[in-house]
Each structure stands twice: as C-alpha cells, then as structure tokens.
Design a protein around this ligand. Structure first.
Ligand code: SAH
Length: 481
C-alpha cells in the first residue's frame, strides 16, 4: 500500500483517541472524523509497518450513528472529536472504553457486569463553565480568537462554541473588536507564539453556573497592557467596558430559562514564559473580587482564576453524589481525600463524615480549600499541602491518622505507587477512585487487586460531552490480605 492511493473502507471500531478503525486487505486503517458503520473513501497519508492512516475524502454511505455536527468548526477544531456522532452512541463508546480498559489493563473479568450505568446529560451543550481561548493574528492581519486545531497550535477562529456558556459568544465578539483596534495601533499587542513576542496570549473565562458570576482573565506576555501609564489605564478601562457591554448584551437577549450574568472579576495574568501552560503565576485583579462563587449541591465554593474547578458543574454533582454514595458514610468515619484541589469532594464528604483530611500539591488550591471549609462552616476538615504520595505515609505513620474511607481523584497520570502502597498498608474499609483516565485507573486497579482489593461498582459520568474524555468513579473493597 502506498501514500496517496485511494481506497474504500468500512469503519468497524473507534480507537482510544476517537479515530475510526477499518481494514484494507487485512491492514488496519485509522481515519479521523468517522463513525462505526460509515462506508468512506480515504486517501492514504501515512504508511507504517502494520497499519496506515487515511484521510477522509468522501462519505459513501453514512453510518446510522452519524449526525450533523452542531458546530460548523467541529472538524477542524481540536475540542470536539465526536460532534458528528449521535450522543447516545458517544455514551456507548465511553462506557465501552471504561469496560475495555478494566478488562484489558485491569485484568477484571466481565467488567461490564460491574458498571452500573453511564450518566449522560439531557442537554449536552453549553455545559462548560471554563473556556480558554488562544489569541493570534492570521497572515492577513485579522485577529483570531478560538481554539487550537487538533494536535497543533494553529488557531481555529470561532465566533461561538457549542460546549461553552453562551456568554462567551458576546465576550469573543467584544474583545475581538477591542483587540483589533489596539492591534491596528500597535502590532505588538497580540502574541505570536512562534516568535514568543507580542502581548495578548489567551482569554480565560469562568462562569459560576448557579450564581451567574463571571470571571474573565486576559493572559499577557508582559507586566502591563502598555509601558505608558496613561495608555495602560485607558486599555484597562476599555477592556472592562467591553466586558460590561458583553454582559449587558447577553442579559438583554436572555431567554426565560437562562439566568442573568454579572461581571464579578476581571484580571490580568502575567505569563512571560515560552510554555504551553496557559496561566502564569501572577494574577492582578483589575475589576471586582479576586474570585467567583459557585455551588455544587448545597456546598459553596470560592474559586480563584488559577484554581482547578471541575468544568461541568451539572455532571460534577452527579459524579460527587456517586462518590458520596460509594463512600457510604454514616457520620463516624475518618476520610482521606487525596488530590483534593480546592476541597470540592472533601467538603461534599464532610457533610456526612466525622473528619475529612484533604491533600493537594498546589498551595493556592489548599488556601481556597481552607477558606471554602470556613465558608460552609465545615470545621471537621483539615487540609495539607504537598504530594499525596509523600504526605499520606507521614499522616499515617507520624500522626497515626487511619482512614476508614479513602477517596482519590488524581490527574490523568493516575496515582503514584507509594500512595497505593500506603493505601494497602492502611486497609481502609472502602476506597473510592475518581478518575479522568480509564487506562491509568485500570493500571492502578490491577496493582491494588494484587494486594487484595476488589472492584465492587463502577459508574461512568459524561463530564466532557463530544470529546473523547471520560470520567469514572469506582468503589473498591479489600477482600483478602
Ligand atoms: N478532587 C478535586 C481535584 C481533582 S484534579 C476536584 O474534584 O475538584 C487533580 C488534582 O490533583 C489537582 O488539583 C492537582 O493539582 C492535584 N495533584 C497533582 N499531582 C498531585 C500530587 N502528586 N499530590 C497531590 N495532589 C496532586
């Protein structure tokens, strides 16, 4: 098989990155933007020893699972891999992905029988509370605000995003006009990633879905909007007024089901590093408070621009309710919440536990966690800053803190072995593992099952509709030593 040749392929499966998989003369062929049962014409773009990559040229017979993508930019934008697949089918894919990881990597037989259900959204659009838009300039000098194309850093310009809160449409429109004006006067106003020159890099927005509080952060490669004090002041007030206008325009067109937005926080974030990390360490509030408030269930959270907060508030409630029901608390338990962030799960659990200890590596998140505990009068919590794998053994050995229930919610790379060993030594009654990557989840489960733990129940919650990402919550119990 050679490059540039064309073939007809029927898609039989979807891979872990969302790519369609078919066969040509027995050779595996990966095709982006396809759905199981699509019959497609592909052009071969890469030939490897045991497989090839094909570019989708034409859909000959569309799959019954194929739908028209709601967003016209879905194909080029790196955000939504599955917008051309029916939502029911997306959920099925995600559930199967978890089952297959648990069986293949975790060594669990018939994992499907342990999976309770996949919890999807009734309305899987406009669910994200946080958006991060890179800003750039195209070759004709037009301002681009949008998302990176899949696997690259070229910016796909967008006017609206079907997964974000609708206020973002107004923010993009008004900030595009403001940035375009400033760019006309100063060609250094917009960041050029390749040259690591220019100023405005990203727009980061966050909305408290239950409070309507909006935070907007402009990330710049510099200390100020201009070295000239008068111009810096003017640009700041123009930015604030463009955002106030965006909020007013949004509120004026509000339908009866939506709630009003209020601008609560505008900040400038300084990021002068040549890095993929979006936010720098320094954040200067130029309008309002330096945080927004939101609720998950009855628990209130203050969230500062730099803190991690779950992006899908509706589904987070579903996920945390699951974690809480798996923890099965009666009020007498000591609970550890490892990788606790701003204490979201900890405070949720603290409502039903005797004591909750949270551990998290980011100091600012721990500050937020402590403040959030006070805010909710949950005095049965204590938060420690450090690596879970280092602090857990210390809390256990030096302080003699022995948990009845442990909750872990690690980043994608999963838990450190030292933490899993400490969990094993402490033998909690129950371990609740919340995971955003089923492959590392399954790897850690395999390790724990060799130590005598057994998976009892699994729930899959769709937090990231239209993307390949999947969140799950697993209950483990020790069955032997
Ligand atoms: N449970 C929280 C946060 C989960 S995200 C919530 O639901 O909101 C994972 C968290 O783990 C992040 O806050 C990250 O900063 C933290 N983290 C990453 N590595 C860590 C480590 N080695 N030890 C402790 N926390 C870590």
């Amino acid at each position: 098989m050679n490059k540039n040749e064309e073939y007809t392929v029927t898609i039989e499966d979807i891979g872990s990155e969302g790519e369609g998989i078919g066969h040509i003369d027995g050779i595996t062929c990966f095709v982006k933007d396809t759905v199981v049962k699509d019959e497609v014409k592909v052009k071969i773009i890469k030939v490897k020893k045991n497989y090839v990559y094909g570019r989708l040229m034409e859909i000959i017979t569309p799959s019954p699972y194929r739908v028209e993508a709601v967003c016209p930019k879905a194909k080029s934008c790196g955000g939504c891999t599955f917008m051309h697949m029916s939502y029911e089918r997306q959920l099925e894919y995600k559930k199967n992905k978890v089952i297959s990881c648990l069986e293949r990597i975790g060594g669990i037989k018939d994992a499907g029988s342990l999976v309770e259900d996949i919890y999807g959204m009734d309305e899987p659009y406009n669910y994200r509370n946080k958006m991060q838009f890179p800003v750039g300039v195209d070759k004709d000098g037009n301002i681009k605000i949008g998302f990176y194309a899949g696997r690259t850093h070229s910016i796909i310009d967008i006017d609206e995003c079907a997964t974000g809160h609708k206020i973002n449409t107004f923010i993009i429109k008004n900030l595009r006009a403001w940035i375009s004006e400033a760019y006309k006067k100063d060609k250094q106003f917009v960041y050029n990633e390749e040259l690591h020159k220019g100023l405005v890099r990203h727009i980061v927005t966050r909305v408290g879905f239950s409070t309507g509080e909006l935070s907007v952060c402009l990330v710049i490669n510099g200390e100020k909007l201009s070295r000239d004090k008068a111009l810096d002041d003017r640009l700041r007030s123009e930015l604030i007024s463009a955002l106030c206008d965006a909020v007013r325009e949004y509120n004026e067109g509000l339908s009866r089901d939506d709630s009003e937005i209020k601008l609560s926080n505008v900040s400038i974030n300084i990021n002068k590093e040549k890095t993929n990390k979006i936010l720098g360490d320094k954040n200067i509030t130029i309008y309002g408070e330096n945080y927004i408030t939101d609720y998950i269930g009855d628990v209130r959270f203050n969230v500062s621009p730099q803190s991690f907060f779950q992006v899908n508030p509706m589904q987070t409630k579903v996920l945390y309710d699951k974690a809480l029901s798996y923890a099965d608390l009666t009020g007498n338990e000591v609970v550890w919440d490892m990788y606790c962030g701003i204490g979201t799960i900890s405070l949720f659990l603290a409502q039903k536990a005797k004591k909750v200890y949270g551990v998290e590596i980011v100091p600012q998140a721990i500050d937020d966690a402590k403040k959030n505990a006070l805010l909710n009068n949950l005095s049965n919590t204590e938060f420690y800053c450090g690596k879970a794998e280092e602090l857990a053994p210390k809390l256990y050995k030096n302080e003699g803190i022995k948990p009845d229930v442990i909750v872990v919610d690690p980043p994608r790379k999963g838990c450190d072995i030292a933490l899993l060993d400490t969990i094993d030594n402490m033998s909690p009654k129950r371990l609740v593992y919340v995971s955003c990557d089923p492959a590392t989840l399954a790897r850690d489960i395999k390790y724990l099952s060799e130590k005598g733990f057994e998976v009892k129940k699994v729930a899959v919650v769709d937090q990231f509709c239209h993307s390949v990402h999947v969140e799950s919550c697993v209950l483990l119990e020790r069955v032997s030593n």
